[in-house]
Design a protein around this ligand. Sequence first.
Ligand code: FAD
Length: 417
Amino acid sequence: MQKTVHIIGAGISGLSAAVRLANANFKVHVHEATQQAGGRCRSYFDAATNLTIDNGNHLLLSGNRHAIAYARSIGTETGLVGPKRAQFPFVDLTTGQRWQLDLGDSRLPLWVFNASRRVPDTGLLDYLALMPLIWASPGRLVGDAIPSDGTLYRRLVQPLLLAALNVDPPEGSAGLAGAVVRETLLAGGQACRPLIARDGLSAVLVEPAIKLLQGKGASVQFGHELREFSLAAGSVGELKFGTDTVAIGSGDAVIMAVPPRPAASLLPGLKTPTKFRAIVNAHFRCDPPNDMPPLIGVVGGLVEWLFAFPQRLSVTISNGDRLLEMPREELAQAIWRDICKAAGVQGELPPWQIVRERRATFEATPEQNALRPGAATAYRNLFLAGDWTDTGLPATIEGSVRSGNRAADLVLAMPQA
Ligand SMILES: Cc1cc2nc3c(=O)[nH]c(=O)nc-3n(C[C@H](O)[C@H](O)[C@H](O)COP(=O)(O)OP(=O)(O)OC[C@H]3O[C@@H](n4cnc5c(N)ncnc54)[C@H](O)[C@@H]3O)c2cc1C
């Protein structure tokens, strides 16, 4: 008999679990509280710029192998586009200096031995000083493991770890930072090619998954918020959605793939991260200069990463809580000034939009990392997924996909009822 799984939440973690289980011939039901799938990784039409934009500029690296495999499984791997070689142009807005970090295309970080490919004004010893990060424990602070000053820190370590951890790097978990470094920088240029969903996050990572699921007979219900579990005798008996209640059969399973706050209220006693950090994205409607690279790292300014999309320049600012109360127009003007310098453009502020995601990620500190639960729960038919579960990575698409796959694998391994 075909087994049934209910997946609560249609973010990337819920969708990756759903796709894996639909492919394993499960009857899949996805329940999403909002009217749109994708969660923190979605696109929408924005009237201010008259463009379809993403809630945030999401960057993947070619070393994010589970995220890429997920895209492949829904037929959109080619929608993740980037340069052939792992090259990262940077600009320092305080000095006007520009350089390109060229990580090459090797499986080893050979670029650190080549002065012309390294960050300018850095030497081999600066890179060797980063080694303790590679085997650091999750409970250690980045600031206690590696130097948090100097040229290499300012021009590479700080931008990379700030983007990955979404906290000021010295206060971040060295174990999480180490996992990122092992899977990207240490794995050579082949693992560091930047990849962007150029046609939008929903078109590349979300809608094709929904289509695939529906094609396999799965149901995807929007506006269907789980309000309560009926829990009895070590398992979930019912799902209560407010207007309707779904009974869970004895061999069936539930994957809860919602953010930490709803997860904690649905499952009292569940340990979850309790602190979060914001990410600020700003989008400006204008044609990028013809020779502009798709991504520029910016140091010495408000902006951290500048992305060139068709008809749009967009920026990302991580650890953005300090900007949450700043008046929108003032923030847009300040960001636009940075963009003009970094992209070499001029002119009045074009149509713009600012998206401030307050709880973009859990705080990737040792203290919060210690609160992440695994995928199994005290209930034999209930499993957890989400970027905040204990994936060993910071809150990223790669972590979300891994968590979804892991929850799905636990469902597949459930003993027969
Ligand atoms: C602005 C921004 C920029 C980012 N940049 C990057 C980046 O560059 N690279 C990268 O790898 N990652 C990035 N991330 C992180 C990435 O977006 C997340 O790690 C990932 O999308 C999380 O997916 P998830 O499925 O774990 O959770 P979510 O996306 O939060 O999905 C949870 C889903 O559950 C639904 N839900 C909640 N409660 C209920 C309920 N009771 N019943 C039913 N449904 C419910 C929610 O509506 C949501 O759809 C960024 C995030 C943000 C916000």
